[in-house]
Design a binder for this molecule. Structure first.
Ligand code: NAD
Length: 461
């Protein structure tokens, strides 16, 4: 039987509205203002810190199950609300969060025993965490942070991006619903109904917030680091992808386009520029165009696209997270449906190469040799120390690149998203603490170390 698309859309809209605007069970954890949100999370924290690890794990299992159940809903909601990204890829991101974000298994105890007794270091909750979240992965970040923070025994007050408020509030509601169903406290995650930058600033100053996690651009990370409190800063990136002559160029072309086009380039880890050795640049760009659905842009078209994406006032937010076809349509180019990225060749200081635009538009810079390529990549990464990627089979070169870029993430011979456990080993996170050095955050990151010493006894060997 054919699917009635209109009916499906109406049902999805109705459920989304109910989730966001107060259907049965919705609006859980949503408060009129920031001080109420903090007070409720503080009350919940008194209960949360007394729960056993098994009870925390039951809550997390419910959050995982509900995230998978609602993956499409959140994906559609975010695209509809923010105008950014791609529903199919956002569904995958939600599944990834649900399946690969570490829970309580990340909370481990270190023990020393010997002649002078037994000493333990345990991971204890900070208390109430304030988490500022971005518009680019709104519900993914909230769910990922909540799983890790609850595993650590914390509760959390979220400060979402105002442009993704509905989606973010719905995610907070879902977390509380899961928590209640698993026998946990009400308001393990809270949020102010009308999120604003001023509300985030109030949260950062609030005396009951013990730790701040800021996921977003440079402004918010600097604000969090200036708060006078401990802060985990997950800031901007501008990841270069280097390709040398030892790489499998057909695979490099496929990997770069897969990573760059994922969710229309919204992830902070996604390939934002290419640095190709002169000897392979033509083949790489050629394959991206011939085999991987890229539109090669140059001359007046490139100039028009550049002016559209980066205006006199800076990055045009209306271009962020839009598809390659939509961006080309903005300059009057009608590209085929199969278009995945726009590719061009340019100098390292071309605005679309050196700025983080979060668009599937990727410029390739030619390098005369490997040393020149590394210099260029380091310049493009701009000291963010976030992510860098490389396509090479020469381990000495990979090692030299890793040392020079000094980033939290380095992906070798794969799309960038392998870094967060998608087609690569390792756990998932949507908060990569590039600025403050924790790297990929997980439950352990949201705990404090507590040493517990018994002198001269309890060593039983
Ligand atoms: P953004 O910086 O505009 O907003 C992020 C959050 O910070 C929002 O909640 C916003 O309301 C808040 N905010 C902004 N300025 C603030 C201030 N001065 N005081 C208090 N709160 C403030 O970012 P965005 O456009 O939503 O997301 C994209 C950016 O985030 C990109 O730069 C991307 O690289 C980065 N990002 C980084 C990570 C990471 O893990 N490192 C993850 C996702 C996104």
């Amino acid at each position: 039987m054919p699917v009635d698309e209109k009916l499906v859309r109406r049902v999805v809209s109705a459920v989304m509205a109910s989730l966001a605007l107060g259907g049965e069970g919705a609006r859980r954890g949503i408060f009129e203002d920031m001080s109420e949100a903090v007070a409720a999370a503080k009350k919940a924290q008194a209960v949360m810190r007394r729960l056993t690890m098994d009870q925390r794990e039951l809550i997390i299992a419910k959050i995982r199950a509900k995230t998978i159940e609602n993956a499409e809903l959140f994906a559609r909601m975010a695209v509809e609300e923010t105008g950014m990204g791609n529903v199919g890829h956002k569904i995958l991101k939600h599944r990834l969060v649900a399946e690969k974000t570490p829970g309580t298994e990340d909370i481990v105890t270190t023990a020393w025993s010997g002649d002078r007794g037994l000493t333990l270091t345990e991971m204890g909750p900070f208390g109430v965490i304030g988490a500022i979240t971005p518009s680019t992965n709104p519900s993914e970040t909230i769910i990922c942070n909540a799983i890790g923070m609850i595993a650590g025994g914390n509760t959390v007050v979220f400060c979402p991006h105002p442009g993704a408020a509905k989606t973010s509030l719905a995610a907070v509601s879902m977390i509380n619903e899961a928590c209640a169903e698993a026998g946990g406290p009400e308001n393990a995650a809270t949020v102010a109904a009308n999120p604003t930058v001023a509300a985030s600033a109030a949260m950062m100053k609030h005396p009951d917030i013990q730790l701040i996690t800021a996921t977003g651009g440079p402004g918010v990370v600097t604000a969090a680091l200036s708060s006078g409190k401990r802060a985990i800063g997950a800031g901007a990136g501008n990841p270069p992808a280097l390709a040398d002559e030892t790489a499998d160029i057909a695979k490099a072309a496929a990997d770069i386009v897969n990573g760059c086009s994922f969710d229309n380039n919204l992830p902070c880890i996604a390939e934002k520029a290419i640095v190709a050795l002169d000897t392979v640049a033509d083949e790489l760009i050629g394959r991206m165009v011939a085999d991987e659905g890229c539109y090669l842009i140059k001359g007046d078209e490139l100039a028009a696209l550049t002016r559209t994406i980066i205006t006199e006032k800076g990055l045009n937010r209306a271009c962020v997270g839009r598809s390659a076809r939509a961006l080309l349509a903005m300059i009057g180019v009608n590209a085929p449906d199969s278009t995945r990225c726009v590719v061009f060749e340019g100098a390292w200081d071309h605005p679309l190469i050196k700025e983080e635009t979060m668009t599937p538009v990727i410029g390739a810079v030619r390098a005369r040799d490997f040393a020149d390529a590394v210099d260029t990549a380091v310049r493009l990464e701009s000291g963010n120390r976030h992510s860098a990627h490389i396509h090479s089979k020469n381990v000495d070169r990979i090692t030299a690149y890793a040392k020079a870029t000094d980033t939290a993430i380095l992906v070798k011979n794969a799309p960038s998203y392998a870094a967060i456990g998608f087609g690569g080993e390792g756990f998932c996170t949507f908060t990569i603490a590039s600025r403050t050095g924790e790297g990929l955050t997980s439950a352990a990151t949201f705990t404090k170390r507590r040493r517990c010493v018994m002198a001269d006894s309890l060593c039983i060997r």
